[in-house]
Ligand binder design. Structure first.
Ligand code: GDP
Ligand code: IMO
Ligand code: MG
Length: 429
């Protein structure tokens, strides 16, 4: 079976930390979508590291890591992060990383197009990470993208040139002309040569052989369900399927092989970039969550918008992903709060209440209806067992379990690997 771990909010839920934590239980860890827009932070042995495209199982020596076909891969970013993982941690990346030949390549002009499109949108900009994600997925769907496997073919430069010429026309139309293409291309082709030193494979065969051999596999999601291209707050979304179904298409595994679906969420909410965020707190409490939670983007450094937990949105994500267990992150950030609120419903402009996520959330202003909980007002750093959590936190957990119909099997109490409380009896592995 293949288990899937994905973010149920707007990304940055702590996926990297938990994939790294769970990796010893798995023989394979695989990324299935997104690209360098992701920033997955791991902390262990006093070290902190942010991964963008390399799966978060990479620091566990017995784990095979796969970058799947659903990913968009930037060779320049890849080179930088691969060299850092090798130099800083001595990871044998050439041995334990496999890259799908079907993954799409992000070209320098994809990044420029991302910037040009955002500039053209003006006030309505998405707040993209500007890593070229949207333009690369657009070329994939338009059936004109470059794939990782293309770097091995003799006519790679011709294919590249044909696509670049199209991009340059569009950039000119957008009056986006100030860049040094020669320098960008030098970096790109150097990085492509570096990429060729890795195991570029038909990863769908690799992963299905692992399934056949009864190996344990964990699929690592990027972004979050509310950024999904179909079900997120469109158009303020990313360009991939961030849901469980994305693991099937992004790795080449059939739905019947999906096992556990770990849904990961923060004990509150954050969002980076533009778009609706019903429970956003703009003043004091929002600032406090940002400060205590250190809520600044792992990829772009931008301050994250912060707010209370949004249950209608969480339940929506649970429903669409077929989540089987919930993992609650950053509980420690709420340690000193007297009161903690949870949005249970939205009040619509006509005064009615709903617990469903309106499809036109971008246009309809909904007002959150809150239930208030008392805080636990104590540090969680001395709690070493799930059974010993303070009573107010246990009530908070029980309420979320009741509202979602799912068990919370893990509570994270700090950024380090070790600050993790697991309810082993409820977690199957
Ligand atoms: P990801 O994109 O889902 O992997 O999450 P990010 O790495 O972008 O953001 C999560 C941030 O929260 C990182 O800085 C983590 O080190 C940090 N973090 C993860 N779990 C916890 C936790 O339980 N408590 C605290 N205080 N920080 C955490
Ligand atoms: P991880 O995997 C948080 C957001 C961007 C922007 C929108 C579109 O670390 O959770 P894109 O660059 O994809 O065109 O940006 O999506 N976004 C993320 N927000 N975490 C991420 O990844 C994100 N990846 C993209 O801020 O609003
Ligand atoms: Mg992140």
């Amino acid at each position: 079976m293949i288990d899937v771990l994905l973010g149920l909010q707007w990304g940055d839920e702590g996926k990297g930390k938990i994939v790294d934590f769970l990796a010893p239980r798995y023989q394979v860890v695989a990324r299935f979508q997104g690209g360098p827009n992701a920033g997955h932070t791991l902390e262990f042995d006093g070290l902190k590291h942010v991964l963008h495209q390399i799966p978060s199982g990479v620091f566990r020596p017995h784990t095979k890591n796969i970058i799947g076909n659903g990913v968009v891969l930037d060779p320049i970013v890849f080179r930088k992060e691969a060299e850092s993982v090798i130099d800083k941690f001595g990871v044998d990346l050439h041995k334990n990383l496999y890259i799908s030949k079907r993954a799409q390549l992000i070209m320098p002009t994809h990044r420029l197009l991302d910037a040009a499109y955002e500039q053209a949108k003006g006030e309505n900009k998405i707040g993209s990470t500007l890593k070229g994600i949207g333009p690369t997925y657009s070329d994939k769907i338009a059936r004109q993208g470059l794939r990782v496997g293309d770097v091995l073919s003799a006519n790679f430069r011709d294919k590249y040139r044909r696509l670049v010429d199209r991009h340059l026309v569009i950039l000119k139309q957008h009056n986006f002309i100030y860049f040094d293409l020669v320098a960008l291309e030098k970096d790109f082709f150097d990085a492509v040569d570096y990429l060729k030193s890795y195991q570029l494979v038909e990863s769908e065969y690799l992963i299905n052989a692992s399934l056949q051999n009864k190996e344990t596999i964990l699929a690592e999601g990027a972004q979050g369900s509310l950024l999904d291209v179909d079900f997120g707050s469109y158009p303020f979304v990313t360009s991939s399927t961030t849901m469980t179904s994305g693991a099937c298409t992004g790795l080449g595994v059939a739905p019947r092989h999906i096992g556990e679906v770990y849904g990961i969420f923060k004990a509150y909410c954050t969002r980076v970039g533009s778009g609706p965020f019903p429970t956003e707190l703009k003043e004091e409490i929002g600032d406090r969550l940002r400060r205590v939670g250190n809520e600044y983007g792992s990829t772009t450094g931008r301050p994250r918008r912060c707010g209370w937990l949004d249950l209608p949105a969480l339940r929506y994500a649970v429903m669409l992903n077929g989540v089987t267990q919930l993992l609650m992150m950053k509980a420690d950030v709420l340690n000193d709060f007297d009161e903690i609120k949870v949005c249970t419903h939205y009040r619509l402009p006509d005064g009615t209440e709903t617990d469903q996520l309106p499809y036109d959330l971008c246009d309809v202003k909904v007002e959150p209806v809150y239930k208030t909980f008392s805080g636990w007002r104590t540090s969680l750093s001395r709690v070493h067992s799930f059974d010993d959590i303070p009573a107010p936190l246990a009530s908070y957990v029980a309420f979320i379990e009741e509202a979602t119909g799912l068990p919370i099997t893990l509570i994270s109490t700090g950024p380090d690997r070790v600050a993790t409380l697991v309810r082993e009896t409820a977690m199957s592995k």
